[in-house]
Design a protein around this ligand. Sequence first.
Ligand SMILES: Nc1ncnc2c1ncn2[C@@H]1O[C@H](COP(=O)(O)OP(=O)(O)O)[C@@H](O)[C@H]1O
Ligand SMILES: [Mg+2]
Length: 341
Amino acid sequence: MRRLRILVLMHPDFMPPETTEGYSTREINEWKTEYDVVSTLRAAGHDVRPLGVQEEIKPVRETIDDFKPHVVFNLLEQFHHEPVYDQHIPSFLELMKIPYTGCNPRGLILARGKDLSKTLVHHRRIAVPAFAVFPMRRKVKRPGRLALPLIVKSLNEDGSRGISQASIVDTDEKLAERVAFIHERVGTAAIAEQYIEGRELYVGVLGNNRLQVLPVWELKFGTMGGQAIATEKVKHDTDYQERVGIVDGPAKNLAPELRARIQRTAKRVYKTLGLDGYARIDFRLAADGTLYFIEANPNPEIASSQEVALAARHDGLDYPALLNRILTLGISRAKAGVSVG
Ligand SMILES: Nc1ncnc2c1ncn2[C@@H]1O[C@H](COP(=O)(O)OP(=O)(O)O)[C@@H](O)[C@H]1O
Ligand SMILES: [Mg+2]
């Protein structure tokens, strides 16, 4: 690829240093994605300008005017510390007529709501857990059709915010308590979903129109036992991961037809939600073979050590090639003109 000027937008707290030397694993994990993207694009010969953005949009505009990037690599997941504002960044870039990587604004909105995305996906006859939404300041009453145990989550936060083992509730009292916890501590509406016992599977998808689906990836919960879920601790605490033996890798022991069905379903979810760029679609596979859609993550974390990058490498697409593909998808979408609205 020719040498590109690439503006990398990121949270200011995650502006990576020049080198990882002298930092602990815990510190590196904070900005690993940003570090990997910036250093890999630089090593590929591009002119890369990282920019920390959170409360002011003006610096983005000024840097675009001054640096004239060919493309923006969008690693911003929040604005004003609000994840629900994430779609405004690509919207702004579209108005600026600058190509950007990752998902379009509409896909970000459709995928975010854990209720909206499930309703849309269910409409395509893909299994989803039954659910109910509990808005803020409203009394919690479990609808009769919703059987316990349930898992209670924030309606629109990600990164397992507010998810711990206590999120799985088996009484109405615990349900009310946990909904109140989400309202008060996370500050958003809550969703209670039918708890699906099963294998935790992730499927990366790349593309705008023609889609490439990555190998099915599995998160294994080691010795956690019982109703194991990807809590905040499971996702972010590296000591805990080591102690309990939490590992991810290619999903083993899936019959070829089942594997193909999972990959096909991931593509259908991606299309249903209007995603483009790259995304990771998460499922739970129940013992009876039912594949439940859990959530879609447009612009998932793509540190070289994380699921999407590992699955891509497993498929022969190494990390520099993966980033290159993501850049190309952003540029070609802009060339194709407005494709979603
Ligand atoms: N309905 C469910 N049944 C079983 N486990 C679930 C369900 N919903 C979520 N989980 C568990 O909780 C984790 C986080 O939930 P998720 O909806 O992906 O939230 P986040 O957006 O914070 O990642 C999932 O990876 C899974 O382990
Ligand atoms: Mg998730």
